[in-house]
Design a protein around this ligand. Structure first.
Ligand code: DC
Length: 222
């Protein structure tokens, strides 16, 4: 069974997806980490990420893989686990710019679908229910108000960037949201058959409970 969880950053996808996967005994795929992996590689190569022809040629030599490891997928660049290097705003910004390019999305499409062939999966991202796994049995789209999403993001980032303000996070997020929603390829939007959950007033336990109940109901029916 495949469960998809899409939505903008700060909507509460990551932790809930991880915990849902663990609770169900499914593997967990964080597809944002794949886009961030491409971004890190581009940064290390000193690539101009807005030069689409250069990016397309460079992708052919990119050694990016997703390896199953204890219930999740590790993102590896030429065999190196990149997790500690991709959770920062510079990489997020490059990932957002690269994610609007057709060649990048196509490159990652097959990697993501391969992960879906290995067994039960919770896949988290922006286009899981619409493009990557359109036939998924359970689809969710999590959202929250921009203020609440920025507050959550600030909480995550402040330990790393103590001077960061809510205003800065809000502005940054608005720019990236706009780019993610307005792009012509796989724009951020709920699949027609997704359950849309507004998490603004809900805590993690409540969101998790709701999703778990829904998936268990669907699994029981099939
Ligand atoms: O969820 P995240 O912040 O780790 O995602 C990083 C970037 O990758 C973000 O700009 C959206 C993009 N992305 C995407 O376009 N499609 C996905 N399935 C996952 C992420």
């Amino acid at each position: 069974m495949i469960v998809t969880i899409d939505g903008p950053s700060g909507a509460g996808k990551s932790t809930v997806s991880r915990r849902l996967a663990r609770g169900l005994g499914f593997a967990f795929l964080d597809t944002g980490a794949l886009y961030r992996g491409v971004a890190l590689a581009a940064q290390e190569a000193g690539l101009d990420v807005d030069d689409q022809a250069r990016v397309a040629a460079w992708l052919e030599g990119l050694e990016l893989t997703a390896r199953p490891d204890g219930g999740r997928f590790l993102v590896l660049l030429a065999g190196r686990d990149v997790e500690p290097l991709i959770r920062n705003e510079q990489v997020a910004d490059l990932a957002s710019r690269l994610s609007g390019q057709k060649t990048v999305r196509e490159h990652l499409l097959s990697l993501q679908r391969q992960a879906g062939q290995l067994g039960d999966l919770v896949a988290e991202g922006r286009d899981m229910g619409t493009v990557v796994f359109p036939g998924a049995e359970a689809k969710f789209f999590l959202n929250a108000s921009p203020q609440e999403r920025a507050r959550r993001r600030l909480r995550e980032l402040q330990p790393l960037q103590p001077g960061l303000t809510l205003e800065a996070v809000l502005a940054d997020m608005a720019g990236r949201d706009q780019r993610d929603a307005a792009r012509s390829l796989s724009p951020l939007k709920p699949a027609p058959d997704a359950l849309v959950v507004d998490t603004t007033e809900l805590d993690q336990e409540q969101v998790l409970g709701l999703l778990m109940e829904k998936v268990r109901g669907l699994a029981g029916r099939s």
